[in-house]
Design a protein around this ligand. Structure first.
Ligand SMILES: CC(C)(COP(=O)(O)OP(=O)(O)OC[C@H]1O[C@@H](n2cnc3c(N)ncnc32)[C@H](O)[C@@H]1O)[C@@H](O)C(=O)NCCC(=O)NCCS
Ligand SMILES: Nc1ncnc2c1ncn2[C@@H]1O[C@H](COP(=O)(O)OP(=O)(O)OP(=O)(O)O)[C@@H](O)[C@H]1O
Length: 209
């Protein structure tokens, strides 16, 4: 699948903008680990999950606290309490996403503006919900990380605080892995181990640089 970007800034005549590589994959498929490989290869990465963690200690505290009473502790969003509130009432996801996603997008725009000014040639946006939020139009190429469902489940359930119910709740809100794979320009099978994923990342960077 080829994607286009609304910004024609990569044309030789105009001011250059970075080539934007989108990284996505369903929960536990290995996004953060793979993003680390790209980062190690010198590609700046904007990690949307990390931005959310940051917002939950800052800008998002007041609006999330107002929308989900009882989820703020010590001046920060208590993620476990928020997950419990969402489990009790999954319709809350829409309200939460309406608060959080615009703030995430703003950080993303700041990241891109910074790298445009710095004339960085290649950047990565790690966006867990890229397909779910129509992010295809914001990137030039898409890398999808994938693995077998049993490996995915085993990885996710190892996480502290994760339960079968929470895993099912988050997975149910995601575009299926098979659909993501169809939308990929590059696939990285993280079931093949760390070395293979590192090599796949290096090959992508070599091709695009
Ligand atoms: C539900 C919450 C409280 C769970 O927190 P927790 O610390 O357990 O998980 P974490 O935030 O690290 O996310 C882990 C993974 O869950 C999945 N996930 C998170 N939010 C969502 C969502 N809204 N829809 C579908 N999947 C999601 C993603 O695969 C993500 O990589 C938290 O994920 C949250 O506040 N989500 C809403 C913000 C959001 O949409 N984030 C996604 C990236 S912008
Ligand atoms: N290529 C790989 N080979 C072996 N194990 C891997 C590989 N990539 C990731 N893992 C393991 O899988 C688990 C999940 O990886 P990671 O945290 O990167 O996933 P994620 O997609 O970012 O998760 P989430 O969607 O929950 O944020 C970790 O324990 C990690 O060590």
């Amino acid at each position: 699948m080829e994607t286009t970007h609304p910004d024609p800034g990569r044309k030789a005549s105009g001011p250059s903008r970075p080539l934007i590589l989108g990284l996505t994959g369903s929960i536990g498929m290995g996004k953060s680990t793979t993003a680390g490989f790209f980062s190690g290869l010198g590609v700046p990465v904007n990690d949307a999950d990390a931005v959310v963690h940051d917002l939950y200690r800052g800008e998002a505290v007041d609006p999330v606290g107002a929308a989900f009473p009882g989820t703020i502790r010590d001046g920060a969003v208590d993620r476990a309490a928020l997950a419990q509130a969402l489990a009790r009432d999954p319709s809350g996801f829409k309200r939460l996403e309406a608060i959080v996603h615009p703030l995430v997008r703003r950080r993303e725009a700041e990241f891109l503006a910074h790298h445009r000014a710095a004339a960085t040639p290649l950047v990565m946006l790690d966006i867990p919900l890229l397909f779910e939020t129509g992010g295809q139009g914001r990137v030039d190429k898409i890398v999808v990380v994938t693995c077998a469902p049993d490996i995915q489940k085993e990885r996710v359930l190892k996480r502290p605080g994760m339960t079968e119910e929470k895993f099912a709740m988050l997975l149910a809100r995601q575009v299926p892995d098979a659909v993501k794979r169809e939308g990929a320009n590059y696939l990285i099978d993280t079931g093949l181990g760390l070395e293979a994923a590192q090599a796949a990342a290096a090959a992508i960077v070599k091709e695009l640089r």
